[in-house]
Design a protein around this ligand. Structure first.
Ligand SMILES: [Zn+2]
Length: 538
């Protein structure tokens, strides 16, 4: 199978030939790139010629941090993201249940801050939807949920109110549960929700991957070993392995291997998963850990108290000693780490551990990274540079965060944060992603955010901390080459270069010439994985 694409505005991300008109591919490999004339020389009777008609072609996008299975699971839940009152919430779920016959009714993404009275829904609100079927809905932050009476009954909470470590069951004045459950208390409900079968999980992985293809995404780095209640990391890896054996994975997956305890990590290593190679469609990547929470919920771990709540510096979910053990153990056997850290204090701790690991063992074949890397300053930027640590960044976070950062941490700390341009100027590897399903994985919305530093409505005018805006080319690089670097595949994919894999995306508009505020709405025309057309806009 060979194909020639001609008449394109082909932007390659390859510094040797940044822009060409045509490319020639044989099977899954890009064999040549150049002018129409040069490339058409390779044509024979079997060549398929595709006229790009001046459209822009880029390397396939790589989302460097997301949760694929969580995204798949969310497809079976009712989305409450754009809901502005409890009444609207009830009606939305009622209409969702009309085409959904699952035993449980699940919904997610509500935010009572958007409601006029800012009141949380309770069990009695949800009982208006159903008293026969259990219902559980979660807040956008995933740290709070609400159950109806049936779900509370199934969880045994109506008969007896247990003591929950690290969680809270909200009670009314008479001592009855209101249905509102916080943090670990949510587990009482979620452990009652039936685990989807293996074939259901396979189907939702494939379904989600196909949606990614419609956004031009051909590779992802995903954290999902902990995503399904009742299944452990081995079960999830097994599901992925079966999918590659069945040749069913439509996109290339690099798993960010979430380990919650050092025992998990030891078990992972004892079972030799650190030496599992898979194939280009499924590989095991870095060890993924958590060190703090989120800025929105004031759980990101800061050095100094929150500007809008002096009583807290956020939470640390992993102390220095534990973190040292995780990093040292991984580093010593050549496993990279990708650590969730949003606050400056959380990142200080990560760099302490990385510094100790390099002092003991100066190997250079690992590529450690920090996921989110939001609240930075000069010291932290220098450490990223010094230890060559990847910043796994989600520019779409700006859509919400431009409205809260100054409040949460004050202007002084904010002015060196979300420092994309500073990171690039310091040659720090900054690899873009979405954290989907927390935010949309639509790459065009991510690029728009990085380029304009505005929310999706275009505010604030001129962009928040506009000196940190980056160019369209830099944004595309961060969604392509930078991602392939984080998975050690920069010689295989990430640019349109000779002998690389033919993972390609064609856009409906010229992203370099369109008004910047329209970038977010650009549609994908075609997506190719290994030279095969996997998505076409009709
Ligand atoms: Zn995440």
């Amino acid at each position: 199978m060979n194909k020639i694409f001609v008449n394109g505005n082909i932007v390659t991300m390859d510094p040797n030939q940044p822009k060409v008109e045509a490319i020639y591919i044989e099977n899954d490999i890009i064999k040549n790139i150049g002018s129409n004339k040069e490339i058409l020389n390779s044509k024979d009777n079997s060549t398929e010629i595709i006229d790009l008609e001046g459209k822009t072609m880029l390397p396939g996008f790589n989302d460097s941090h997301m949760h694929l299975i969580d995204h798949g699971l969310s497809l079976n839940k009712c989305s409450l993201v754009n809901i502005y009152s409890i009444e609207e919430l009830i009606n939305k779920i009622i209409s969702f249940t009309k085409d959904n016959c699952s035993d449980w009714i699940l919904a997610e993404g509500f935010n009572q801050d958007k409601f006029k009275d800012k009141k949380l829904p309770n069990r009695y609100d949800l009982d208006k939807i159903s008293t026969d079927k259990p219902i559980f809905i979660t807040r956008t932050c995933l740290h709070l949920g609400v159950a109806n009476s049936k779900a509370l009954k199934l969880a045994g909470i109506l008969d007896h109110i247990p003591e929950i470590k690290g969680g809270e069951i909200d009670l009314d004045n008479n001592g009855n549960p209101t249905g509102i459950l916080k943090e670990n208390a949510m587990k009482l409900i979620t452990e009652k929700i039936p685990t989807p079968s293996k074939s259901e999980i396979k189907n939702l992985i494939i379904k989600s991957a196909n949606i990614l293809l419609s956004k031009g995404i051909t590779s992802i780095q995903t954290d999902d070993l902990n995503s399904v209640n009742g299944l452990d990391y081995k079960d999830i890896i097994k599901i992925y392995k079966e999918l590659i054996n069945e040749n069913k994975l439509p996109i290339k997956i690099y798993e960010q291997c979430r380990m919650n305890t050092i025992d998990h990590l030891n078990d992972f290593i004892n079972n030799n998963y650190n030496n599992y190679n898979g194939n280009e469609f499924f590989k095991l990547g870095p060890i993924k850990l958590f060190t703090d929470g989120s800025l929105g919920s004031r759980t990101a771990n800061l050095r100094e108290p929150y500007h809008d709540d002096n009583s807290t510096k956020g939470i640390s979910t992993c102390n220095q000693n534990e973190l040292d053990k995780f990093v040292m153990k991984s580093h010593n056997i050549g496993l990279s780490v990708a650590i969730h850290a949003i606050g400056d204090k959380a990142m200080d701790k990560v760099f302490n551990s990385i510094k100790k690991a390099y002092a003991r063992n100066p190997r250079r074949d690992v590529r450690h990274g920090i996921v989110h890397a939001q609240i930075t300053d000069e010291k932290l930027i220098n450490e990223f540079k010094l230890y060559n640590v990847i910043a796994y960044v989600q520019p779409i976070f700006l859509n919400y965060d431009v409205h809260i950062v100054d409040d949460r941490i004050g202007k002084n700390r904010a002015k060196t944060s979300y420092a994309y341009k500073t990171m690039i100027d310091n040659n720090i590897k900054i690899s873009f992603g979405s954290d989907a399903p927390v935010e949309t994985f639509d790459v065009m919305k991510g690029i728009y955010s990085a380029v304009t530093r505005c929310d999706l409505q275009g505010n604030p005018k001129g962009g928040w901390l506009s000196k940190e805006k980056i160019s369209i080319e830099e944004s595309i690089y961060n969604y392509t080459m930078a991602g392939s670097y984080s998975s050690f595949e920069e010689n295989i994919k990430g640019s349109i270069s000779k002998n690389k894999k033919a993972d390609l995306v064609v856009l409906e508009e010229n992203i370099f010439e369109i008004d910047k505020d329209k970038i977010k709405d650009i549609k994908i025309s075609m997506t190719f994985v290994n030279g095969i057309l996997k998505y076409k806009n009709n």
